[in-house]
Each structure stands twice: as C-alpha cells, then as structure tokens.
Design a protein around this ligand. Structure first.
Ligand code: HMG
Ligand code: MG
Length: 300
C-alpha cells in the first residue's frame, strides 16, 4: 500500500518564516525560495496574502512575488479572503490556498470568524479563483487536538474538510497545527475521510513536530497510501495564533526516511541541508532538524 513516489509540498518560506521573530529581508526570502526550487522541491509555498498586522513577518508578500517574477507565478500562496485573492490576482498568481479551522476557538483566533462564518468568507474566494482558472488548496487546522478545546472529534474534522472540498478545493491539507497527534489518530482520520468518500489522493498531511511525532505520523499516512506531505526546510515554523505550535516536519527528516524506504521524491538532500544551514545563519538559531544537524556536521 506504500506509494512508489510522493510529492513534498515545501512550506518553509510561508509556515516557517511566518513564525520566526527575526526579520528576514525580502531578498533573502527570494533566494530561499529559489534555492528550494533548485534543490528539486516540486512545490514551494511562498508567502501569505493575509492582513499585514496579523502576520508582520509576511507583510512583504507582494514584493517577494514581484521579485520572483515568472517563477513565482506557479507557487502557491495563502489567501484567507477576497482581499487576499485580489492581491494574488493582481500579481497573476496561479495557485492559492485557503485555511480553515476544525475548531470554533481557532477559527476565532486565526480568522476572526466563527466556525460557520469561515465558510462564508471562503466561498467567494474559491468560486472567483476557480472562475479565473486558479487551483485552490484548502488547509484544515487543529485536526488532532486544539490548545483551547482539547481533543477534536474525528467527525468534526471530516465535516469541515468535506465542506471545504465541496466549495471547490482540489486538495485538503490535514493540519496537526500543534503537533500533538499520534499515528493511530492519523490512520483513523484518513479512514474516516475515506468512509465519507474522500480518497487518499485528495488529502495531504501537514504535521508539526512539537511532540516529536511528525515522522511517525508521516509513516502511518504513507502506509495508508497518502502521497503528498507538507514539510519545511530545516523544520522551521509554527503558527503565530497558536503559541503551542512549533516547527513543521523538517523536509530533510522526511527526505531521509523516504530515501531509506525506496520511495521517490526527486529532492537533493544535500542541497536542502545547505539551504537550511544558510537560512539558520540569517535567523540566528540552529535548525531543530536531526538530519540537518547530522549532515551539517559530517556531510554524507
Ligand atoms: P479581520 O480584521 O476580520 O478583517 O481579519 P476584515 O475583513 O474585517 O478587514 C479589516 C481590514 O483589514 C480592512 O481594512 C481590510 O481591507 C483589511 P480597512 O478597510 O479597515 O482599511 N484586510 C486585508 N488587508 C490585506 N490583506 C488581506 C486583508 N483582509 C482584510 N487579506 C483576516 C480577518 C482573515 C484578514 C485576519 O484574521 C488574518 O489576516 N488572519 C491571518 C492569520 C494567519 O495568517 N495565520 C497563520 C496562517 S494559518 C497556519 O499557519 C496554519 C497552517 O499552517 C495549517 C496548520 O498548521 O494547521 C495553514
Ligand atoms: Mg502549519
């Protein structure tokens, strides 16, 4: 059941940098994106068109996308609402991602909307984006636990995910925003989506590594046939509206495991490690990725 090939959806420039306290100059961000693409990452989520006061780290989103030029147009960006979509359309971008919450509290904290209101905000975004020929991904956050509400019922996650797909999203990214999930939950959730008619090829997994479970969870999802995994170079990341969130599953840790399993991914590990070491210099803190630390000290 384990797939022969997976797609790594790199979120370091967006999910990673949105939560770093260091201000990263836009030229450095552009070079980060270019280096990740050059390392063979097939998708690099570049930034977010959210309110700049909500995420000041990504306030330079338009400048970054202009700097990336033609190369940037094929890269996905987050847009929560029509204002965000307008900003993406003005730049001729082709891929956007909306981001919903499986819980009431996080919908309020992250989107300033209730759980139900978030769909009203997303509906015109997806409709207009699709009419303009754009691809729309949808995230669901807090799928395995929420810092304010605790355990999140599987049916609630599936219901939110189903509603986002019904709006017209092509893929659902299942977010363990605060990294509390464990392998059995992952398997149960994928199976619950399957029982509701959502096949594994519509799902991506988005693990944060707060409790050190991200790689085990990715393995469980692989075993269930999932073929798209979100990861961030060097394990950067978190969410500014959920303080208990830390970095994503590190791209290098995922690549190491996939290579060992004989699963194709198309990524040059040494090039990603070199990029993460370079970025750590700009951020002023070492990468939390075990693979980066191992290879940076004694390159393979
Ligand atoms: P709001 O305050 O309710 O917005 O925020 P509003 O619709 O009432 O508008 C207020 C003002 O903001 C208006 O300006 C709008 O034009 C402006 P005014 O008329 O007062 O001058 N505005 C904007 N400006 C620029 N870009 C925009 C935009 N929208 C409104 N897009 C809003 C609602 C959704 C905008 C806000 O809550 C927000 O920006 N939230 C983003 C939070 C965020 O980015 N969180 C991190 C990403 S999610 C994540 O990391 C999880 C994920 O990784 C998966 C996982 O791990 O689970 C994806
Ligand atoms: Mg995230």
């Amino acid at each position: 059941m384990t797939p022969e090939r997976v797609t790594i959806y790199e979120v370091g420039p967006r999910d990673g940098l949105q939560n770093e306290s260091a201000i990263v100059p836009v030229e450095v961000k552009a070079e980060f994106v270019r280096r990740l693409l050059a390392a063979g990452l097939p998708v690099v989520e570049a930034t977010s068109f959210v309110h700049p006061k909500w995420v000041p780290q990504l306030a330079d989103a338009a400048d970054l996308m202009k700097m990336l030029g033609d190369e940037g147009r094929e890269l996905p960006v987050l847009v929560p609402n029509e204002r965000g979509l307008d900003r993406a359309l003005e730049l001729g971008l082709r891929h956007v991602a909306i981001f919903g919450s499986a819980t009431e509290t996080f919908a309020q904290k992250n989107l300033n909307r209730s759980l139900d209101e978030q769909f009203a905000m997303f509906e015109p975004v997806v409709r207009r984006a699709r009419d303009a020929g754009l691809d729309v991904r949808a995230y669901v956050s807090m799928c395995f636990g929420d810092p304010w509400e605790g355990a999140v019922p599987v049916e609630q996650v599936v219901s939110v995910g189903r509603r986002l797909l019904d709006l017209g999203a092509s893929q659902l990214s299942i977010g363990d925003t605060i990294g509390v999930g464990t392998a059995r939950q992952v398997t149960e959730l994928i199976d619950a989506f399957g029982a509701e008619g959502v096949p594994t090829n519509r799902l991506a997994m988005h693990f944060h590594d707060t409790y050190g479970q991200a790689l085990a969870n990715a393995y469980a999802a692989l075993d269930r046939g999932i073929t798209t995994f979100d990861a961030s170079a060097g394990g950067l990341g978190g969410c500014p509206y959920a303080k208990s969130a830390t970095g994503n599953l590190a791209t290098e840790d995922l690549v190491w495991m996939l290579t060992g399993l004989g699963i194709e991914h198309g990524v040059d590990l040494d090039a990603v490690v070199a990029t993460s070491v370079w970025m750590a210099g700009h951020l002023g803190r070492p990468s939390p990725s075990a693979v980066v630390r191992a290879l940076a000290e004694s390159p393979a």
